[in-house]
Design a protein around this ligand. Sequence first.
Ligand code: C2O
Ligand code: CU
Ligand code: CU
Length: 511
Amino acid sequence: MTKSLNTDYFFDEAAYNTHDGGYVPLAEPKTPQQALRIPPLLKPDKETATDTYYTVEAQAGETQLLPGKKTKTWGYNTSLLGQTLVFAQGKTMHIDLKNSLPELTTFHWHGLNVPGPYTDGGCHAPVYPGQTRHIDFKVDQPAATLWLHAHPCPSTAEQVWKGLAALALVTDDHEAQLPLPHTYGVDDVPLILQDRRFHEDNQWDYEADYDPDGVQGPTPLINGTVNPYFDVTTQRLRLRLLDGANRREWRLHFSHDLPFTQVASDGGLLPEPVAFTHLMLTCAERAEIIVDFGDVAPGETVTLYSDDVPLVRFRVHEFTPDTAVLPEHLVEMPNPDVTPDMPIRKVVMSGMDETVMMDGKKFGMQRIDAKQQVGNVELWDVTNTNDMDGGMVHPFHMHGTQFLVVSRNGHAPYPNEHGFKDTVGVNPGETVRLKVWFDHTGVYMYHCHIIEHEDGGMMAQIEVFDPQHPQNYKLMDMATLMKAVAEERGIAVKDLHLVGMSSYEKMGMEM
Ligand code: C2O
Ligand code: CU
Ligand code: CU
């Protein structure tokens, strides 16, 4: 099967977030272990052979996370995180996006190849409190672990912190026939990795914890569970890992360095499985891994750690032996030729704290920063210029596309970067070359996925155009946004303070 075992995190050690002055170390929770929450599958309102109808409702609620008082949380069709959507390749989805929150939000499909900016659900597609927006799209990409999260500028980070993140799983026939675990919640299990700080009465307080380099908390929260265990009843377990944290990187490994095999990244299957003992995920990245408990005796527990803090305890029970062998090749990857005569695009992520920028500018909602013709295949060189105190890794994310990683500083990408990606961690002083093409026209954002960096302006947007069909897009503007938010809060615009705006304010800039 796999040729070699990777025992390295690959990223530059000097840039790990543990070296950051504001780093909040994880701490093992002292509360009793609880069964891992599994986000339920969202039941379609209606389903035919070709079409699926869903209602996704953003709502406020309360969740029992710790003994004692419940925590005020937000979620999609539930009080925290969300019910999991399934998008079958080839089918058309019809989704009602209902906002039952007290403030405006957007519904962004991270990793989904759909037209921007409205279906994609970035900041230009607000759904006001009490309102519903309807979207339709055809699922036109391979099986993958995608996610839904709120994306209203500049409150993306705060809304995700409150709980607005759910999974969206694309399925296809090819992936379905591979010898991979496929039973959701039993041997095919999502792990949404987040961290929070609990304040008085078990509440979260985004403003109190605010840090322009990304908000962190000491308590690991896995699928919205503090101190979870999972009962393993099969020899092989597929874990769909999502770094759903605002800021935190996860350096994952199991007890006794139990090896595992990565089979998919952000945009779907890897061309070949890659074996690991250690895996680092940066914000918004996904990895699907297969863990084989064949050599673990029933009754034992295998623990998943980040650095040296336990995240999930896998209690291994009796299981039927599983002799399935993964094929050497999982999927054919397309590798289209670069469109001739196109200059290499340069993107620069710079700064830390309030000074974060993309190409020397902060995000402007009404400004189009770049244009690319639909269908063109272009090279993008994405550079991270941070060098202060070892610098930091910026996870670079693009809407509207799954790209290929060509190289890192001219060298081969990491062994698990040969599949489709929509988010790639860029080390300080590094240039990552991407091969990028878009299937749909529209306006798409690209940004650092440390969510406070994104809100703080390390973000830009590209218009993907078709010269035969020029289009005009209605882009959100600051005046409309501020007026709407002030109205929700029943205050005057001049009294409005959005914590996500603080980077702009401190720099004397407007969004
Ligand atoms: Cu996870 Cu702009 O996205
Ligand atoms: Cu996205
Ligand atoms: Cu960043």
